[in-house]
Design a protein around this ligand. Structure first.
Ligand SMILES: Cc1cc2nc3c(=O)[nH]c(=O)nc-3n(C[C@H](O)[C@H](O)[C@H](O)COP(=O)(O)OP(=O)(O)OC[C@H]3O[C@@H](n4cnc5c(N)ncnc54)[C@H](O)[C@@H]3O)c2cc1C
Ligand SMILES: NC(=O)c1ccc[n+]([C@@H]2O[C@H](COP(=O)([O-])OP(=O)(O)OC[C@H]3O[C@@H](n4cnc5c(N)ncnc54)[C@H](O)[C@@H]3O)[C@@H](O)[C@H]2O)c1
Length: 471
């Protein structure tokens, strides 16, 4: 082994978890950190294949399809032509490149070397990097953060070498916009992509072995989303698992479902979950024990069973989001480097799903409150009764606030509609501040805004329990 270079923190993986760990170490805590990245690009699933590409494609699809204008004027103002794949992908490529350049710039500015190659443990403090040129680099860290993320599950029944059969990572290299698409898996990724293709006018079928859309959502929100997606043209096939997939040259791709039914489509997109590849890290050399399904088990400080080896982001599993991965990276770096003031994680994590329309939530659901026996009152505000909602033409969106009885603290926010993933933060900050009904009612919101939905929902809750009782 050549003489290793010494760092306070060695980070493996340059996705949001790893980048935030390394940049926090260098920029916030003034320590020496290095990041190892296997790919030629930085940003991981968030920037390269997942979050940003899918959200940018969604925005482009909405623009190209004239979706918002169509709803606004009640007449079809869509461009009345099929979008080309280069139109669809060009904005995505620009956004992606700009985000990557920004991260590379930050690494440079804060003196964090980006070491290209696949990392494995050589010993508990040393990471061996197999460089693309065939050479090796050794990095020794006082602490090591594993942020190696996840990759799509590729069930063997799908012939992924056929150019018409995609996983969600490959979708960003799409060569044509298909006439019809079968999406397997109605999880978050499948639901988001199904909406996007349906908005582009692609005949879209969404198939899942389960019987309901995104069951973790508030049931009213889930039902409203299923309704809106059906209106957009998504055909749902529930309670059916795909058991076979044939992709003959020159013919349609044909799926066989568990009932025996067959279904043909031009292209197939498999969104059957994501899996960690931590088993490739030679964990035994560091004494790190893998958890179930290849994920790494950590404590509340993101330490594995080896205290100076941390793991963050998708590699530790739920909630496996870009947002939470970045927070975990910062918290782990802070703990590893003794900056305990920034080593905590907020207990309140928002959810934002970029279906069409968007859905978002933070805090407790009604089911959770019922299970815990917490009394609550619901306030609901509809976009259709909000002046800005009318202006933007969102007829189906709504916000539901859950206030705990009797103190009327806000304990849950659930919404569907235009900008829901942004608006949810208002409720989340009220909850973070320990506020509730009074804080919302005593706040002046711009008019006309969708933010005003919070006031409308608070009034609705107040009316629901009787104004007398509150005063
Ligand atoms: C289609 C899609 C849409 C999504 N949309 C959202 C969304 O809207 N909002 C949201 O919050 N989240 C979203 N996510 C989830 C989000 O992308 C992930 O939770 C997030 O990227 C995880 O970050 P990470 O840093 O843990 O891992 P990753 O982003 O997976 O990055 C891990 C990095 O580690 C590198 N690596 C792996 N092994 C090694 C090794 N041995 N040596 C060196 N480098 C290695 C990989 O090349 C990769 O660059 C989406 C995901 C997908 C797939
Ligand atoms: N906006 C967001 O926050 C966002 C967006 C996209 C992805 N993500 C993250 O990405 C991760 C992965 O998402 P995902 O949607 O791929 O996984 P998932 O596990 O949520 O959903 C996979 C679905 O595929 C179905 N399925 C699997 N095999 C099947 C088969 N043969 N036939 C029929 N149905 C089948 C399963 O029943 C399941 O519902 C999640 O952890 C999520 O947090 C988040």
């Amino acid at each position: 082994m050549s003489e290793p270079e010494m760092f306070d923190l060695v980070v493996v993986g340059a996705g949001p978890a790893g980048l935030h760990a390394a940049l926090s170490a260098a920029a916030l805590f003034g320590k020496r950190a290095a990041v190892v990245e296997r790919d030629a690009t930085v940003g991981g699933a968030t920037t390269v294949t997942g979050t940003l590409p899918s959200k940018t494609l969604r925005e482009t699809a909405l623009a190209l399809s004239g979706y918002r204008a169509r709803k606004l004027y009640g007449v079809d103002l869509s461009l009345r032509r099929r979008a080309t794949v280069s139109e669809l992908l060009s904005h995505e490529r620009t956004v992606k490149a700009a985000e990557q350049a920004q991260f590379r710039g930050l690494l440079e500015r804060f003196g964090v070397p980006l070491v290209r190659g696949a990392a494995t443990f050589a010993d508990p403090h040393t990471v061996r990097v197999a460089r693309p040129d065939g050479g090796e680099t050794f990095l020794r860290g006082g602490a090591v953060v594993l942020a190696t993320g996840s990759v799509p599950v590729r069930p063997p029944l799908f012939p992924f070498d056929d150019p018409r059969v995609h996983d969600s990572d490959e979708l960003v290299d799409l060569a044509e916009i298909p006439e019809s698409l079968a999406v397997i898996g109605a999880g978050v990724i499948g639901a988001e992509y199904a909406c996007m293709f349906a908005a582009l006018g692609v005949k879209t079928t969404l198939i899942d072995g389960r019987s309901k859309l995104l069951e973790f959502l508030d049931p009213d929100v889930s039902a409203a989303l299923a309704n809106a997606m059906t209106g957009l043209g998504v055909e749902f096939v529930w309670d059916e698992r795909v058991t076979g997939c044939a992709a003959p040259p020159g013919g349609d791709v044909t799926l066989t479902l568990s009932s025996g039914r067959t279904l043909a489509a031009d292209h197939v997109l498999v969104c059957a979950g994501r899996v960690s590849r931590a088993d490739e890290l030679n964990l035994a050399a560091a004494g790190v024990e893998p958890g179930s399904k290849g994920r790494l088990k950590v404590n509340e400080h993101f330490q594995t069973n080896v205290p100076h080896v941390y793991a963050v982001g998708d590699v530790i599993g739920f909630p496996a989001l870009a947002s939470t991965s970045a927070e975990q990276g910062r918290a782990a770096a802070a703990h590893a480097l003794g900056a305990t003031g920034l080593a905590g994680m907020t207990p309140l994590l928002p959810t934002g799903i970029y279906t069409i329309p968007e859905v978002a939530s933070a805090g407790a659901t009604e089911a959770e409150l019922k299970l815990k026996g917490v009394p609550y009152v619901v306030g609901r505000a509809d976009y259709a009764k909000n002046p800005r909602g009318k202006i933007v033409g969102d007829e189906g969106g709504f916000l539901k606030l859950l206030f705990r009885e009797p103190d009327l603290a806000l304990v849950g926010v659930h919404m569907i509609g235009e900008l829901a993933t942004e608006l949810v933060h208002t409720g989340m900050m009220v909850m973070r501040a320990g506020g509730g009904m009074d804080l919302i009612l005593n706040t002046c919101f711009n008019y006309p805004t969708l933010g005003g939905l919070f006031k409308q929902a608070a009034y609705a809750a107040l009316l629901a329990r009787g104004a007398e009782a509150h005063r």
